[in-house]
Design a protein around this ligand. Structure first.
Ligand code: UGA
Length: 439
């Protein structure tokens, strides 16, 4: 919304939320989320045509177009628990729009939702007897965390789905006109509403599938003399495959991939398409296997026991340049290591607070250190779990000198100079590459 306000000075954008603390934070200089470049965008538009408020009713009444971006976590209870999306916030929002609206509105699904959710919204909203008309569109978001502003300012595409009726067409053109202020017209794709909803889930499923595919090959590389980065480079040079999203590692995390694939699995099952469900479920299973396999390799390497051994985890965020730890592979690794009675130390430049919250219920010896040197002191092993740039340039000589012997280094993101570390005296275990061991 900040980027829309920035690029469309002729449009008034009001962001409303029930969370007062969050709205207050958006009005200051310490924004509730960290994204490179976001503060500049907000500062340019704030007070001019970008406003933040907790008055949801007024926000609804005053708007011609309402973008709904409430959370849609995986259901934790009842039918479809663990797979289906929990739509209670979405439905509450629809009812609130209905209760507060005094004129026709375009309602845009921005949250990632199961296919055909727009239909339910349409039915709730248009069930009114006040003569109000609501046009429900799907405009899924494709930005990635850490590059949000860049992705929004130069999107590969913007997708807008609507009903295939004259009113639906008018509504989607109104939303397309907003984006056209800075996105070339040929990148603004229009479709029916179900295609738009399904494209969002499918894009994430395909991206995650690439990672699971290359991670499956990493296991084969470790068993043979192949090197996963060389394989990824060689296949990525085929223009039909392409080089991006082929970085093998400890597994993918983040709030979207797992949730969206499970959503796709659930939808497929509910249409009786069990083969389709199993196919996509495999992407998630491969990811869980990769996380577990990483720890099994640590265990096998460290003489089949890590009990009582101090192990430093470098990075807890699900990827670099974010403090977000949702579905981070580091949490799975921590769980497995604690189950083996390891003494786990977590360090991360941005995610320590979240790491503390995520691990609060876990039993075992777990400590947190802001300083990676302190985390590694006295450790038997260091495992790199997030590709933070800062970890590439640490003084590994100093780290080695403070560790127990033999000193193990497991590079779960393949970001370090393995040959150099081996020469220094580390026993180095990358993902999908030959181990370099002195023992
Ligand atoms: C993802 C998609 O990339 C976005 O297009 C989408 O809009 C977003 O989900 C969403 O649905 O909201 P995000 O979860 O922010 O974005 O992060 P990604 O950059 O996709 O990374 C996901 C995970 O995959 C990270 O743990 C990352 O380390 C891992 N990854 C990524 C790999 O292991 N290898 C790779 O080659 C790329």
């Amino acid at each position: 919304m900040a980027v829309i306000a920035d690029r469309c000075p002729h449009v008034d954008v009001t962001v409303v939320d029930i969370n007062e603390r969050r709205i207050a934070a958006w009005q200051g200089d310490s924004l509730p989320i960290y994204e490179p470049g976001l503060l500049d965008v907000v500062r340019r538009a704030r007070g001019r045509n970008l406003f933040f408020s907790t008055d949801i009713e007024a926000g609804i009444r005053g708007a011609d177009i309402i973008f709904v971006s409430v959370n849609t976590p995986t259901k934790t209870f009842g039918e479809g628990a663990g797979r289906a999306a929990d739509l209670q916030y979405w439905e509450k929002t629809a009812r609130q729009i209905l209760a507060s609206a005094t004129s026709d509105k375009i309602v845009v699904e921005k949250s990632t939702l199961p296919v055909r959710t727009a239909e339910a919204m349409d039915r709730i909203l248009n069930s009114n007897d006040r003569g109000l008309h609501f046009e429900v569109l799907s405009n899924p978001e494709f930005l990635a965390e850490g590059t949000a502003v860049e992705d929004l300012e130069q999107p590969d595409r913007v997708l807008i789905g609507s009903r295939e009726t004259p009113a639906g067409g008018r509504a989607r053109r109104a939303v397309a006109d907003l984006y056209a202020a800075w996105v070339p017209r040929e990148r603004i794709l229009e479709s029916n509403v179900w295609s738009a909803e399904l494209s969002k889930l499918t894009a994430n499923a395909f991206l995650a599938q690439r990672i699971s595919s290359i991670n499956s090959i990493s296991a084969l590389c470790e068993a043979t003399e192949a090197d996963v980065d060389e394989v990824a480079y060689a296949i990525g040079a085929d223009s039909r495959i392409g080089p991006r999203f082929l970085k093998s590692g400890v597994g993918f995390g983040g709030s979207c991939f797992r949730k969206d694939i499970l959503n796709l699995v659930y939808i497929s099952q509910s249409y009786g398409l069990d083969e389709v469900a199993r196919y996509w479920e495999g992407v998630v299973r491969m990811n869980e296997w990769q996380e577990a396999r990483f720890v099994r390799r640590m265990l096998a390497t460290m003489f089949n026991t890590v009990a009582g051994k101090r192990i430093a985890l470098f990075g807890f965020a699900f990827k670099a340049n974010t403090g977000d730890t949702r579905e981070a592979p580091a949490l799975a690794v921590t769980r497995h290591l604690l189950a083996e009675h390891a003494d786990v130390v977590i360090t991360d430049p941005e995610a320590l607070e979240n790491a503390r919250l995520d691990t609060a219920g876990l039993d075992g010896r777990l400590t947190f250190e802001a300083d990676p040197y302190a985390a590694a002191r006295g450790a038997h092993a260091v495992a790199v779990l997030t590709e933070w740039d800062a970890y590439r340039t640490l003084d590994y000589g100093r780290i080695l000198a403070s560790m127990e012997r033999p000193a193990f280094l497991f590079d779960g993101r393949n970001i370090l100079d393995h040959a150099k570390l081996f020469e220094m005296g580390f026993n180095v275990y990358p993902v999908g590459k030959r181990a370099m061991s002195h023992v």
